[in-house]
Design a protein around this ligand. Structure first.
Ligand code: ME8
Length: 548
């Protein structure tokens, strides 16, 4: 098994490794560029916090891949899903052509990726000509393999979710309307002749894949859900719509009466964004494929765990290595959604609190991935204070000129052993911190990785409270030991937090005098003599919202 983001963990001890399993199963070469994706979002309205969540989680892992191996190329894809009935109807309601409508709204998603300080390397719009050509090519490939056939399809269709639901997942309301019990969206009965994909042909191979590789989908419950879907038969997947119903989409090759189903179109983004269709069928013509991690919300697990892998198997391509299916942000326990309108505006929060604070909150609270959580500004402010106290105030205390004056001459030559002698428990915690952090990260335990860093800094503060280095009666050597171990902890934590709060981690590392080439995971080990000599005054977070 290969680990998740690093070529292999740089840490050898089995203690922390036994905390979690490393998620990965791909046979592809470990040196290939790290490829990570988010869903491509429907630009039927402005983005909300849920979209930002997927973007930030993917960015944290993209940055983490760099932290593990600064030389490794990272390819990070996001974008907008611009075809289909949902967009067609939304554009009509605004009196715009679908393309004008998408032009106006897609840019909000592109800007959000910038505002949140993400390292997106490719923003794909499904209306791009190269993408359209890729979808047409993919259709022809599937057709040439005899996997597409024509048949009548009837079922309950949700325009909001752009999918059919089986009758078992539909219920009738008192007003006579039908809704999906899975998503709560309105469904309507549709019958038409269209093209279908022979999904059933891939049930056994998918079942084998997920059985032999039990760590592909995270969290494990989601993996089990996927296996349960594969217990029963898979019906043919309807992959086109009648042109009379859906004009806004890519036409089926050689049949202008039919439009390609928006999900086939959308899923192809993951291929078109790395150069599909490739010139040659061999691995060297597609150096980035497959995705290392695909970040998705749990609402679209079936599309990514069943339909997309079946398409890839049909094309003879390796499957994505990991699928990270995160839970939802809710408002009063209801899923935040553009269609419902109960959304929190991510741009507003970033402007008011700055991107690092919002990223930290998303990772700290949303980084458990398994449970839905209510978005709450008071909670965000609580976690803001956590950052300010643990990073900002600790730095301000330890960098103070008064403390520098008393301790500069007492800087230990062999920091690690001197600090181990003075503060054995804290030194032990800091010594294992990088490995604990790495192990959690590689096992998709983002919230636990974040908590490990926060806890280490809290322990530094406890140590400072006990030692009282600001008290003139405390012996200078005790002050020096407390100061150097505290600064060392800050250095380690800032290195580890670069993927999570990139702006402030960099400010802190600059202030600590840490050389730009000594900021990788490998450099986060305890007691590396990499600190500067003087520490400037540094305001890590403005106080504008702190009083709330
Ligand atoms: O489904 N909490 O697009 P979409 C957390 N175009 N994440 C959320 C969320 C919430 N309340 N709401 C949305 C589509 N998301 C398709 C995808 S991919 C080939 C095509 C995030 O605009 C989450 O990642 O409805 C979810 O899966 C995605 O946005 C759905 O975005």
């Amino acid at each position: 098994m290969q680990p998740l983001v690093a070529t292999r963990s740089i840490f050898r001890s089995s203690r922390a490794l036994s905390l979690r399993r490393a998620y990965s199963t791909s046979p592809s070469p470990p040196s290939k560029p790290y490829y990570i994706t988010t869903p491509i979002f429907y630009p039927n309205a402005k983005p909300h916090i849920g979209h930002l969540h997927s973007l930030v989680i993917a960015d944290i892992y993209a940055r983490y891949a760099k932290l593990c191996d600064p030389d490794r190329a990272v390819h990070f894809v996001t974008g907008t899903d611009e075809h289909g009935l949902k967009i067609q109807n939304a554009a009509k309601a605004k009196g715009l052509s679908p393309l004008q409508f998408c032009d106006e709204l897609s840019v909000n998603f592109r800007n959000l990726a910038k505002d949140a300080n993400t390292t997106v390397s490719c923003f794909t719009r499904t209306t791009q000509l190269d993408h359209v050509a890729a979808v047409t090519h993919l259709w022809k490939e599937l057709e040439a393999k005899g996997l597409i056939y024509k048949g009548e399809h009837s079922g309950w269709y949700s325009i909001s979710d752009e999918t059919f639901y089986p009758a078992t997942q539909v219920t009738q309301l008192e007003n006579g309307e039908h809704i999906s019990t899975t998503s709560g969206s309105k469904v309507e009965w549709q019958t038409e002749v269209n093209y279908k994909f022979r999904l059933s042909a891939f049930r056994d191979s998918l079942r084998t894949h997920y059985t032999e590789n039990p760590d592909v989908v995270f969290p494990p419950q989601a993996h089990q859900e996927v296996l349960a879907w594969l217990e029963g038969p898979l019906e043919g997947l309807s992959i086109s719509r009648n042109r009379s119903r859906l004009t806004w989409g890519i036409p089926v090759p050689n049949d202008p009466e039919q439009t390609i189903y928006v999900w086939i179109d959308a899923l192809t983004t993951y291929l078109s964004s790395v150069g599909y269709p490739w010139n040659a069928p061999n691995e060297s013509s597609r150096p980035i494929w497959p995705p290392n991690v695909q970040v998705i919300g749990k609402d679209i697990l079936r599309f990514h765990a069943i339909y997309f892998p079946a398409m890839l198997q049909a094309l003879g391509l390796p499957l994505p290595i990991n699928l990270l299916s995160h839970a939802h942000w809710t408002v009063d326990r209801a899923k935040m959604s553009k269609s419902v309108g109960n959304v929190a505006d991510p741009v507003e929060f970033i402007q008011e609190h700055d991107s690092d604070i919002v990223r930290f909150y998303l990772a700290r609270v949303g980084g458990r991935f398994r449970i839905d959580v209510d978005w709450s500004e008071p909670q965000l402010l609580k976690h803001r204070r956590e950052l300010v106290t643990n990073f900002g105030n600790t730095y301000a205390r330890l960098a103070s000129p008064a403390m520098a004056e008393r301790t500069d001459a007492l800087r230990p030559a062999d920091a690690a052993s001197a600090l181990r002698a003075a503060h054995p428990v804290l030194a032990e915690q800091l010594a294992s911190l990088p490995e604990v952090f790495d192990t959690h990260m590689r096992g998709f335990g983002l919230a636990d990785a974040v908590a490990a860093v926060v806890d280490a800094l809290e322990q530094v503060n406890v140590m400072l409270t006990v030692v009282r280095p600001w008290d003139a009666s405390v012996p200078a050597q005790d002050v020096a030991d407390a100061r150097w171990i505290g600064l060392e902890a800050l250095r380690q934590c800032a290195i580890l937090f670069q993927p999570i709060i990139p702006v402030h981690a960099e400010m802190l590392l600059d202030a600590l005098g840490v050389h730009g080439g000594l900021r990788s995971l490998r450099d986060a080990g305890f007691g590396r003599p990499a600190l500067g000599k003087t520490f400037p005054k540094l305001l890590l977070w403005e106080n504008k919202k702190a009083k709330k």
